[in-house]
Design a protein around this ligand. Structure first.
Ligand code: NAG
Ligand code: NAG
Length: 271
């Protein structure tokens, strides 16, 4: 059996592919469009005919700089989430059809709770479990709202193969995220965020039918309108996450050194 550190080293040597960039120019100014109207679903495709609920929607009327890949990553960091440990992806991507004419599309990004350390914390989440979410953007030709649909859940640790916490891992994950977003303004890398939450019913089913892991849900999706609340637009000063669509935050030097060490360790073990 391979030592865990070796597995991490192997994986950390293969960064996941970069994200496609996203243009917001021709976006419709709407909160979101119901995926059901366009032949889509509020459940993603987790395989086996089952899905995870898209239980949080970041409104298309949020500040534009929240809705980009770099923007949602920075916002998520203000809530204590980060991108995955070393960019390592431990599960298969899951697709969703937001009824926007794009058909089923894989998640844009997956974020995990970082436990207070944006560079290393998600490694702990991968080991001990925590909150996580997948992001889908509604930007197809039939409903280009720019809204982000989040499949939020609270997971068990890696030894449980990241299964969702019973008995209410979806509702619980949603509530934890919304509580963090609405407890007060949040801040990360130059941006101060204010979020207003609103419950949306009638889109998600109530109960466990069709839900991955047979975990029942209460049928509530929360619409979050997130506004960058700085007196001066942080993006006017060229903060890095505003202009680009970064998938990874520039890691701290110690993180780079650690990864290089693990990669070298792996290379030597394979000789
Ligand atoms: C999602 O990603 C997987 C693995 O990369 C790929 O096999 C699959 O075709 C993708 N699905 C969609 C809908 O793009
Ligand atoms: C929104 O839904 C959640 C989950 O069901 C519930 O706890 C909360 O009280 C609701 N909030 C409002 C304002 O209805």
């Amino acid at each position: 059996m391979l030592p865990f550190s070796l597995i991490v080293a192997v994986l950390s040597c293969f960064p996941s592919r970069a994200l496609a960039s996203h243009g917001l120019s021709s976006r419709a100014l709407l909160t979101f469009a119901s995926p059901l109207d366009g032949g889509g679903s509020m459940l993603n495709n987790a395989g086996g005919g089952l899905g995870e609920p898209l239980n949080v929607i970041i409104s298309g009327l949020s500040s534009p700089n929240v809705l980009t890949n770099g923007g949602i990553l920075n916002y998520a960091r203000s809530l204590g989430f980060s991108n995955e440990c070393f960019n390592v992806h431990l599960g298969d991507p899951q697709s969703a059809n937001l009824g926007d004419g794009n058909g089923p599309v894989n998640q844009t990004i997956e974020l995990r709770q970082d436990f207070g350390d944006a560079a290393f914390g998600t490694c702990f989440e991968s080991l001990i479990g925590g909150n996580h979410f997948r992001v889908y953007r509604q930007n197809g030709p039939k409903a280009n709202t720019g809204a982000l649909f989040l499949a939020v859940s609270h997971e068990e640790d890696v030894s449980q193969h990241h299964t969702i916490s019973l008995p209410d891992g979806y509702d619980n994950g949603r509530d934890l995220l919304v509580a963090a977003a609405t407890a007060g303004d949040t801040f990360f890398d130059g941006a101060l965020y204010n979020a207003v939450a609103q419950n949306v019913t009638g889109l998600l089913p109530v109960g466990a039918v069709g839900i991955n892991h047979n975990i029942p849900i209460d049928g509530v999706a929360v619409l979050l309108t997130v506004t960058i609340a700085n007196a001066f637009d942080p993006c006017a000063n060229g903060v890095s996450w505003c202009s680009s669509a970064p998938h990874t935050m520039m890691p701290q030097l110690s993180t780079i050194a650690f990864s290089v060490m693990l990669c070298m360790f792996m290379a030597f073990s394979l000789l």
